[in-house]
Design a protein. Structure first.
Length: 234
């Protein structure tokens, strides 16, 4: 279970800005070892919210601290299914997580929260209890392609996320052909910069984030705001 907080800065980038950042990162950092031959992988997460949309409005209002729950998979595979609780406090984040079986995941996608059992990790047991007490249910699926880079100094991780899209086809969560709708202008994406205690100055200088649009909103918030109903919250 994660106990330390990390810095996390996010910037919305145009297509040309993403290209510039990608070229700089290729010279500075190493590709993530988990990325495929193209240096990318697909992330798909289903986020949960309460009946009164507490997570959405906490993000919109900048409540601090705040947390949200999600189930995450990679490349539409069920080999690694993770339930995560992400906490944000004073601009920093940490995550608690637990592994899920596909059976348990599909149960939650149908709006059912599994009972806590003795063999569960404390992180997973606590998350399921919290979700049940708050009557949380699936709210939106967030999907995007990620190109990740890493550096050992400061545990720096820089990612370029593009083709960010939303869906509410919860019954097709593992389907590679799941219908989804892009939420940003064509070619645009998000640059995320994460580190522990420090980020090397030469990396910070080369990123040159001046002129980029910093955002405090999560991809979860943006996908719920700009959904298939023209911005109406569902």
């Amino acid at each position: 279970m994660a106990t330390e907080f990390r810095h996390e800065y996010k910037y919305i980038c145009s297509a040309s800005q993403l290209t510039v950042q990608e070229k700089r990162l290729e010279r500075l950092l190493s590709p993530d070892k988990h990325a495929g031959a193209r240096g990318t992988y697909l992330i798909r997460s289903v986020y949960f919210d309460t009946p009164d949309n507490a997570c959405y409005y906490e993000n919109e209002d900048g409540v601090d601290p705040r947390s949200k729950y999600r189930i995450r998979i990679y490349n539409c595979s069920d080999k690694r299914i993770t339930l995560e609780r992400k906490v944000k406090c004073r601009g920093m984040t940490h995550k608690d997580s637990g592994r899920l079986s596909r059976e348990m995941c599909e149960m939650m996608l149908r709006g059912k929260i599994p009972d806590v059992t003795d063999d569960m990790s404390p992180a997973l047991a606590n998350m399921l209890t919290d979700m049940k007490l708050k009557a949380m249910r699936p709210a939106v699926i967030v999907q995007y392609e990620r190109r990740p880079f890493t550096h050992s100094a400061g545990n720096v991780r820089v990612t370029l996320d593009f083709r960010i899209s939303s869906s509410q086809s919860f019954d097709r969560f593992f389907d590679p052909e799941m219908p989804a709708r892009q939420i940003l202008a064509n070619g645009s994406g998000v640059l995320e910069v994460k580190w522990d205690q420090f980020i090397p100055s030469y990396i910070k200088d080369q990123l040159q984030t001046e002129g980029l649009q910093w955002t405090s909103f999560s991809k979860y918030y943006l996908c719920r705001k700009y959904n298939n109903h023209g911005g109406a919250l569902i």
